[in-house]
Design a protein around this ligand. Structure first.
Ligand SMILES: [Zn+2]
Length: 115
């Protein structure tokens, strides 16, 4: 799939340009997981579907998201992790997944009406 190759190519580019700097700021395991999850989702937020990036601290930064929040006993295991944009991750907070998905769905409807 071309899109996946594009994401891989972009990831390699980012690695070359930012990898060393970023690795100095983020624990290596966390960095690797962020990239792995984002790459598996083709650099799309699992909730709002926006394009995510790893070399940014803005709202579209790819973050590690816990499907079941840690405060509710969610684990750091791979099965509980997805890639979400920073905006969704921050806005969700500790909201339960079903509540949060209802909020995102409402957002998307509102965006579609504005478009
Ligand atoms: Zn998002």
């Amino acid at each position: 799939m071309a899109a996946v190759n594009e994401a891989d190519r972009r990831a390699a580019e980012i690695d070359a340009a930012w990898g060393e700097r970023e690795r100095g700021l983020v624990a290596p395991r966390r960095w690797a997981m962020r990239r792995r999850l984002a790459g598996e989702q083709n650099w799309r937020c699992c909730y709002c579907g926006c394009r995510t990036e790893i070399d940014t601290l803005g709202p579209r930064a790819a973050t590690i998201e816990h499907l079941t929040p840690k405060i509710d006993g969610g684990s750091d295991d791979y099965e509980n992790l997805v890639s979400a944009c920073s905006r969704c991750n921050n806005d969700r907070g500790h909201a339960p997944l079903d509540e949060w998905l209802a909020i995102v769905t409402a957002w998307k409807r509102a965006d579609a009406r504005r478009a």
